[in-house]
Each structure stands twice: as C-alpha cells, then as structure tokens.
Design a protein around this ligand. Structure first.
Ligand code: PEP
Length: 252
C-alpha cells in the first residue's frame, strides 16, 4: 500500500480572523481534490476559528505551533497540551527552529514538551535541522543526530507512531532557498536510518516531512524523493491557492 503524504501549513504569527474566513472560503471549494493528509498549525487564539471553518471529513487536522511542558498551573503565557487536545487539535509542533533560536528552547525542554504532548495523545511534529554554518562545516548529521537523540528520548514504544519528524534546514526556512532534492533526500535517509536503528522507531512507517521554502514550483521534485513523506510549509501555506496546489500535488 502506498502511504499518503502529509502536508502541514505553519501559519506562524500571521493572519487575522477575516483572513482565516477568506482562506477557508476559498480552500474549501476545492477540498474534494485532496486525498493526502493536510493540516494547519496556527496561533492558539485562531484554533477555534479554524475548527469552525476548516473542511470536515477526516483528511484535515489543525494543531498548535507550540505546547507547554506542563498541563496546568501558574505558567503565564503558555499553552497546555491538555487544552490543545481538549479543543480537538490533532497535533502540535515541537522544536521549530524559531522556538529554538528566538526563544532559546533547548533539547531537554523539547523532550519534556514532546513526552507530555504524547501523553495527551497528540501527534508531535518534531522539527530538526542544521544552520548554514553547520552545513558548511559538514556537521549536518551530527547536529540532527543530537536533536533526535535528546529530543526523542524515553518515548514509550506505543507512542512512537505518533511522532512525525520535520527536517527543516534553518538556512532554507523563509529564505526562498530550498534544499536540493538530493540534499533533502540524504538528510531524510539519515533520519530514517537513525530513528529506526538507534531510537527504536519503525523506520518504514515513520513520516518525515521536509520544510524550507516549499512552494508549488518545487513540491513535485521534493515529494518524488523516496524518503520524503510530506512537507511542513510556512510562507506558501498562507495563500489558499498555493496551499491548495501543494495539497493537490501531494494527492496525485
Ligand atoms: C516553516 O516555518 O516551518 C517553514 C518551512 O517556512 P517556509 O516554508 O516559509 O520556509
């Protein structure tokens, strides 16, 4: 059986309520063309709006961009995984490079967030990726290996199928520069092998998304790579026509 691709948009801190209404008014008209898994990760405030306006029918999930390492209590400004689940979200991102770089989130914290989100039965899209400096110094695999080893530590065997890894080279995020299909494929093959041989994942089933300036003009060549199972998409997920084009490409 061929696996379905997973295309997830990361809206970051963009859009106001009216943009969300018009996004789905347009996107939903063509939802019958989509047979891949699709989803949007949005700001917490927008999740109820997405729940109300997104296509129903199972192929579409909405989720959070970040999730706390506690479920409740005196943690001003945080969003609890329990509340994320309670709203009906299917997943959360953990370890996006913007969380790592701007907010200083480190491996141990990301591991706590991952474990707690899994405990609440959320899927976790766990993001890894090297900086340009790392790549130029030939450290891509070393950096990604540590991010995986530390961030995905102690995951119970029965929760491993709820992890999706997103390989997002930092130099390709929001820059318009995409990893070449060969660069992406090499990193994905490494991630699959490492997760299966060293971290006890089922390598054949593990979904690995590529992220970094994915757009309608490059999605086909990326999805054609054997170890690329989908995409995590920032900029091109904001416009309904572009996001739809990505979902349709992944539905062929
Ligand atoms: C992202 O934010 O995860 C991302 C991949 O952004 P972009 O597609 O804009 O590079």
């Amino acid at each position: 059986m061929t696996r379905k691709y997973h295309i997830v948009g990361n809206w970051k801190m963009n859009h106001l309520s009216q943009d969300i209404f018009s996004f789905f008014a347009e996107f939903n008209k063509h939802a019958d063309k989509i047979t891949c898994h699709a989803g949007i990760a949005a700001q917490g405030l927008h999740l109820p709006l997405i729940k109300e306006h997104a296509p129903k029918g199972g192929f579409f999930e909405f989720g959070a961009q970040n999730s706390a390492n506690n479920n409740s209590g005196a943690f001003t400004g945080e969003t609890s995984p329990e509340a994320i689940k309670d709203l009906g979200c299917g997943f959360t991102l953990v370890g996006h490079s913007e969380r790592r770089a701007i907010y200083g989130e480190q491996d141990a914290l990301l591991n706590e967030k991952t474990l707690l989100a899994l405990e609440k039965e959320l899927y976790v899209i766990f993001c890894v990726g090297e900086t340009l400096e790392d790549r130029e110094a030939n450290r891509t695999e070393d950096v990604v290996r540590v991010q995986l080893d530390e961030g995905l530590k102690n995951i119970p065997a029965d929760k491993k199928s709820k992890i999706i890894v997103a390989y997002e080279p930092v130099w390709a995020i929001g820059t318009g520069v995409t990893a070449s299909p060969q660069q992406a494929q090499d990193a994905h093959a490494f991630i699959r092998k490492h997760c299966s041989e060293k971290l006890g994942f089922n390598g054949e089933e593990l979904i690995i998304q590529y992220g970094g300036s994915v757009k309608p003009s490059n999605v086909d060549e990326l999805l054609a790579c054997p170890d690329i199972d989908g995409a995590l998409v920032g900029g091109a997920s904001l416009k309904p026509a572009d996001f739809l084009a990505l979902c349709v490409a992944a539905s062929k």
